[in-house]
Design a protein around this ligand. Structure first.
Ligand SMILES: Nc1nc2c(c(=O)[nH]1)N[C@H]1C(S)=C(S)[C@@H](COP(=O)(O)OP(=O)(O)OC[C@H]3O[C@@H](n4cnc5c(=O)[nH]c(N)nc54)[C@H](O)[C@@H]3O)O[C@H]1N2
Ligand SMILES: Nc1nc2c(c(=O)[nH]1)N[C@H]1C(S)=C(S)[C@@H](COP(=O)(O)OP(=O)(O)OC[C@H]3O[C@@H](n4cnc5c(=O)[nH]c(N)nc54)[C@H](O)[C@@H]3O)O[C@H]1N2
Ligand SMILES: [Mo]
Length: 925
């Protein structure tokens, strides 16, 4: 990222002259950078801001007094008193010759046919270079093998910006520069077609290419853009900043934007995954269920949905939606209703949603996907250190000596965060990865612990045993900032590495080595994901990680701490604003009379002192007839809940279900009223990323047809339930949130509009916001961190002779959860169109199955068929599936058993059997 001039004042400077003008350069700046900052143009092509300067194209050469040869200004630092000329006859002649030679190698020796704003053409025009005098060389054919990107090597100037993009920025290591002399060229892997290569389609190379040799497919290089809208990415919790390039009512293409989280980097979904918003299956009209129509997702095919639903006006649909909820509330009491809000929507939407349930429905029966996600991490964090928030931003890994990554697959699920981890590892940080699957990031690991699934507590206690035994703990930190260490120390006695080694399958020596590394480094940072949280002992898993950090004092400084990587783009925010049954906004317990009094005054309502039901508990309560009506906004539990046949049966039993979504989801198959809502690029709102950054999303296009803003719909329901609401828009809601939430009280809407992104805690206006927290104390009642020992226990359902395989569920790079968005995104769907199950090739061979064959997976709860994919990263006896395919819904197999403390289901472990063959039902659109 470019240095911020405001903070540069105390840095050393040098003064030199450029074309007779005196110029001050900051320490570390090159001639080119200093010139740029002063508004002086020097032609350049292989140089790109933020990338390592390579100095290969020589378009930026300058003449330096007293030097025999010209120097590339992109790599040359100025010296005090240096006399530099970029416009001298000699420098210009050389610059122009470079441009002329490169132009000669363009198709038809003219302008780039691929984009109107080719940097080569712009410089050639500025310097008056045209009609090259050199012969044209034969040009390579285009490579159109990839669904997202076109490779037009005839326009390649071999500047290697794409190579640096792929290798040094994103660290994907696909693009190379191969062959010699006139045959030298850009290649993918071993000169494979791009579409067949290991390319993960992050598109960084497209963003880096100056001439259009690498372009998004389609004619985007020539279409004029009507407007550029700065916003953020709607997919994962990393919260990358981006720019929508819009023409008419369409998003043409997307570019990464420089921000703290992503430094202009994006992944395949953020860059190429946006046309879901334009998909013809978007909901555009409110729908009402026809009397007696069967409740099932199977009829949602657009060709048949009219058998189930009829279109209705907004008035009728809203009256029906709210009327049904009101009737149930009045007839059976407030606790007969529940609401699931959305972590895909904005903070303002989530805040109003929980306020509606609490003040309009009249109970705390409000929850969202966090329950299925980091609920256990948050319970452990609140219990041990008094706050569920991350201690440091992800990019802090760049300052860490040791990175401990456990139960997280970031190249797939947080790809841009993964780039920081990969960059840090390349820079020399030790990367310890603990995961039963050997994931892609293990390529960068110094220690890849492929341990047995479900044995985290044993492994982590083993590591802590060594730390205690070898006295590698931080006595001063323990004494000053923690309590309960003796208790833990005693507990750890039984977890000698030699004892846990056979349990988790990691040699005792490795456990010792990892323990030493983690404990003794200057800064060790722990990052974790669903492999930790989604177990019946998920809270115990997280307790161990917290203890590890506390006993070694590895928290409270830059580059060290605890970072549970948040999943949804706004799961942090949705939790912060109170979309959780036991707490009001900012994690203030509903049972605390003082807190309740505050919110009763703020909201002018009587509030329920009892915590509400959680996601899976709501499903059980429907079965028991306790819950009879629901409002589900931006969630798809008919695909994302465990043991989903059971969840679907419950949804079908509801007397009244209102679903508000952008697609006719599987959950909508059970709805009485479906309300068509606004997608991310169609709305204004704030979204809080995994680093605790509150970021502004801005509208780029209008919702299609009669689809309406979520914020408007929630208010219309509220009004019909008797609430007197009249918020003019997100800004007014945000103002109320600031009053309810001390953590963001200092963030103003104006500042967000100006800066796009502000980190909390930010208590007072003008506070910069705190990136690293827990520096002095923890927000517990004593200010100290608490050690909570965890005993090793097993998953609820272990493999046996009937069901010998361990079934692990999770995600794929191209798909988002239940597929609602990504299976409607053309590029993403083209890359991963069919349901696959990943297994060890030896297990496949043992079953007599070849990769690509159909196999059938069966648990005690259900059965699905999918295509077998051989994966050497899988341990024998395990099978992995994503849960995005409705024709092969992984959650038909999973176990709904819950962690007792956090009520999170065990998505990561159940027993299945696998047999060759099977039948794949048609995909429901
Ligand atoms: N492409 C894509 N990205 C996403 C999402 C998506 O749907 N698609 N979803 C987002 C959301 S909401 C979330 S929560 C995150 C989730 O991101 P992650 O937490 O990275 O996701 P998972 O793939 O569910 O699981 C992570 C890892 O847990 C490992 N694991 C399985 N069992 C165990 C075990 O017993 N112990 C340990 N230590 N590890 C185990 C798996 O092998 C896997 O590598 O991703 C977010 N990003
Ligand atoms: N087997 C298995 N199951 C799992 C998991 C696992 O690892 N394994 N992980 C769990 C986890 S961590 C999570 S977070 C959950 C996720 O579970 P869900 O939240 O149910 O999954 P999504 O597919 O993200 O659902 C989001 C819905 O919101 C809609 N939507 C998107 N944008 C908007 C908008 O702006 N407005 C409105 N109104 N709707 C919108 C989408 O169309 C989609 O239907 O799944 C859980 N389920
Ligand atoms: Mo999640």
């Amino acid at each position: 990222m470019a240095a911020n001039p405001e903070f540069i004042e105390d840095l050393k400077t040098v003064t030199f002259t450029l074309d007779g003008r005196e110029i001050t350069a900051h320490e570390g700046e090159t001639i080119l950078q200093a010139a740029k900052r002063h508004g002086i143009e020097i032609p350049h092509l292989c140089y790109k801001e933020g990338y390592r300067a390579d100095g290969n194209c020589r378009a930026c050469v300058v003449e330096i007094e007293g030097e025999r040869v010209l120097a590339p200004s992109c790599c040359r630092a100025p010296k005090e008193g240096m006399k530099v000329q970029a416009e001298s006859e000699r420098a210009r002649k050389s610059q122009k010759l470079v441009l002329e030679l490169l132009l000669a190698d363009m198709p038809a020796q003219g302008k780039s046919p691929y984009r109107d704003d080719s940097e080569l053409d712009l410089w050639a025009e500025k310097l008056g270079v045209a009609d090259p005098r050199f012969p044209e060389r034969p040009q390579p054919a285009p490579d159109l093998s990839h669904p997202a990107m076109a490779v037009n090597l005839d326009a390649c100037i071999q500047c290697t910006r794409c190579v640096r993009a792929c290798r040094e920025e994103q660290a994907n290591d696909v693009i190379g520069y191969a062959f010699r002399g006139a045959k030298a060229k850009i290649v993918f892997d071993f000169d494979d077609p791009m579409g067949d290569s290991t390319c993960v389609a992050c598109g960084e190379c497209v963003q880096a290419c100056p001439t259009g040799a690498l372009m998004p497919v389609g004619d985007v290089g020539h279409l004029p853009v009507d407007k550029k809208v700065d916003s953020t990415c709607p997919y994962c919790g990393v919260g990358c900043l981006l720019t929508f390039n819009v023409r008419g009512d369409r998003i043409l293409y997307v570019e990464g934007r420089d921000g703290e989280t992503n430094h202009s980097r994006l992944c395949v979904k953020g860059r190429f995954g946006f046309d879901y918003v334009h998909h013809p299956h978007r909901l555009t009209k409110p729908l009402i269920r026809r009397e007696g129509a069967p409740k099932t997702p199977e009829l949602l095919d657009p060709a048949r949905m009219h058998e189930v639903f009829r279109e209705a006006s907004w008035e009728e649909a809203l009256d029906r939606a709210a009327g049904g909820l009101k009737r149930i509330r009045d007839q059976y009491g407030p606790k007969a209703l529940a609401g699931f809000g959305s972590a895909k929507g904005s903070n303002e939407e989530a805040y109003l949603f929980q306020k509606l349930v609490r003040t309009g429905f009249g109970s705390n029966n409000v929850d969202h996907c966090t329950r299925l996600c980091h609920a256990s991490s948050v319970v452990a964090l609140l219990e041990c250190i008094g706050s569920g928030a991350v201690s440091n931003p992800v990019a802090d890994v760049m300052q860490a000596e040791v990175i401990f990554l456990i139960g997280s697959n970031p190249t797939v699920n947080h790809p841009v965060a993964a780039t920081w981890i990969k960059n840090a590892a390349r820079q020399g940080a030790k990367l310890i990865v603990a995961d039963p699957v050997r994931t892609e990031i293990c390529r960068f690991a110094t220690h890849a612990l492929q341990f047995r699934p479900d044995t985290d507590v044993a492994l982590l206690n083993g590591i802590m045993h060594v730390i205690v035994e070898e006295e590698l703990y931080d006595q001063a930190f323990i004494a000053k900032r923690t309590e309960g260490f003796d208790n833990l120390r005693h507990h750890l006695k039984h977890y000698a590495p030699e004892r846990v080694a056979p349990v988790c399958g990691i040699p005792a020596d490795t456990i010792r080595e990892v323990a030493r590394l983690y404990a003794t480094s200057k800064a060790s940072m722990i990052l974790w994901g669903m492999g930790i949280s989604q177990h019946v002992h998920g809270t115990d898993n997280a307790r161990c990680l917290i203890s590890m950090a506390l006993m070694t004092g590895q928290i409270g400084r830059p580059g060290t701490g605890l970072h549970p990587l948040r999943g949804q783009n706004n799961v942090q925010g949705a939790s912060d604003v109170g979309l959780i049954p036991m707490v009001f906004p900012d994690y203030q317990p509903v049972g605390d009379p003082k807190v309740r009094e505050f919110f009763e005054r703020l909201w002018d309502a009587k509030l329920d002192p009892e915590p509400g039901l959680t996601v899976v508990e709501v499903i059980h309560a429907i079965e028991k007839g306790q819950i009879r009506g629901m409002y589900i906004e931006g969630e798809n539990p008919a695909m994302s809940d465990p043991n989903v046949a059971h969840a679907r049966a419950a949804l079908a039993k509801l007397e009244h279900l209102v679903v508000q979504d952008i697609f006719l989801t599987e959950t909508a198959g059970f709805a009485d009223v479906v309300l068509p809502a606004s997608a991310f690029p169609e709305k204004t709102g704030t979204f809080t990323n995994t680093d605790r950054r509150v970021q502004l999303g801005r509208p780029a296009i209008d919702p299609p047809g009669e689809a309406r803003q979520d914020l408007w719909i929630i208010q219309e329901i509220a009004r019909r339930m008797g609430l007197d609401w009249n918020y003019s828009g997100p800004r007014e809601v945000f103002e109320e949130m600031r009053r309810a939430m001390p953590n963001i009280a200092g963030i103003t809407w104006e500042r967000l509009e100006k800066e796009d992104s502000v980190i909390y805690p930010c208590g007072k206006e003008g506070d910069p916001g705190q990136a690293v927290i827990f520096t002095e104390s923890f927000p517990t009642t004593t200010g100290k961190g608490l050690f909570v020992p965890a005993e090793f226990t097993r998953a609820a359902e272990l493999p046996d002779d009937d069901y010998p395989f361990v079934f692990i569920t999770g995600r794929q790079l191209e798909h988002w959860h239940t597929g609602a968005m990504t299976r409607h995104a053309s590029v993403l769907d083209a890359i991963e169109p069919y349901p696959v199950v990943q297994m060890n090739p030896l297990d496949l061979a043992g079953l007599g199955v070849a990769p690509g064959d159909l196999v059938t997976l069966e648990s005690r709860r259900g059965r699905v068929s999918a295509y077998a994919r051989a994966d050497l990263g899988m341990q024998r006896g395990t099978a992995f599936m994503a849960f995005c395919y409705n024709e092969a819904a992984a959650n038909l197999l999973t176990n709904e058993v819950l962690d007792p403390d956090a009520k999170i289901p065990e998505f990561k472990f159940c027993a299945i059997r696998v047999r060759p063959g099977g039948e794949l039902p048609p995909r429901i659109c």
